[in-house]
Design a protein around this ligand. Sequence first.
Ligand SMILES: NC(=O)c1ccc[n+]([C@@H]2O[C@H](COP(=O)([O-])OP(=O)(O)OC[C@H]3O[C@@H](n4cnc5c(N)ncnc54)[C@H](OP(=O)(O)O)[C@@H]3O)[C@@H](O)[C@H]2O)c1
Length: 289
Amino acid sequence: MKKIAIIGSSGQLGTDLSRELGQRDAYELHTLDHGDIECADRQSVEKALFSIAPDIVLNCAAFVRVDESEDDPDSAFRVNALGAGYVARACSEIDAAAVYISTDYVFDGTRGTPYSEEDPPNPLNVYAISKLAGEFLVRNFCKSHFIVRSSGLYGTGGNQKGPANFIETMLSLAKNESPIRVVDDQILTPTFTKDLARAIVGLIDTDAYGTYHVTNSGQCSWYEFGKAVFEISGLKPDYGPVSSKEYGTKALRPSYSALDNSRVHQLGIAPLRGWRDALAQFFELRSRA
Ligand SMILES: NC(=O)c1ccc[n+]([C@@H]2O[C@H](COP(=O)([O-])OP(=O)(O)OC[C@H]3O[C@@H](n4cnc5c(N)ncnc54)[C@H](OP(=O)(O)O)[C@@H]3O)[C@@H](O)[C@H]2O)c1
């Protein structure tokens, strides 16, 4: 039986990975939330991981606040880069495989067709730069690594401190009377963490270490994503599109960041379902929670 540790286990992806791995007899699961480990502290990382001595470490912890990262690069780099490096170095010392979750935002969006793992990253914002730095540190410190880039994550688990993701933000805005405007010139693939978790478990069942793109299928703008949220939920707010320029955020984001998943398919991992089907199931599961 393989020992597996999940860091950031109470986040969106961490929760679904815990659920997915909890159903499998092949793994002894150790969940580590922020109270159990501080990734930005090398001693804390080593204490937690050396005492478990896992065979695989899934690092789902991150500083994910994209706009805040512009003014607070220290926090972003401490967790997403240095922290990822501490985890990967500890993995290497105990011969564990390291799994690091990265982002579609490492790309600049100019390609216009889905990005492959071979395409050169060119991040546009501090958050994405810190995640890319994390990728380099993971590759440098731990030979046995999987780097999984995904996009627009949402799930039924995660942080209860505020709206956890785009969907919850939309639902919460719809409670007010104010108009809701969402950018229609940034294309991505929204990805359900339940589907991503299953694919990651398929990936770690292999020893085909490397960098992989894993998202649901298809693509849409954030505006279309929000439209689908309101269609499925039956809410009818004053909803409309806006350009990124008009909307204006602190951090620049790529105008196109769909990811080509063919490399992971070549390992025998089935393509993830279309983003609309995944969204429909999210709502089903959410209503039961
Ligand atoms: N969200 C997206 O749209 C998206 C898109 C592409 C890639 N990703 C990547 O996917 C991964 C998972 O994202 P997610 O949406 O599941 O994130 P999430 O819901 O914010 O979960 C992150 C978890 O990590 C914990 N954490 C944060 N800082 C930590 C630290 N310094 N030490 C230990 N634990 C810490 C958080 O705990 P507290 O909340 O208690 O601090 C939280 O439980 C991240 O690597 C993220 O960069 C996310």
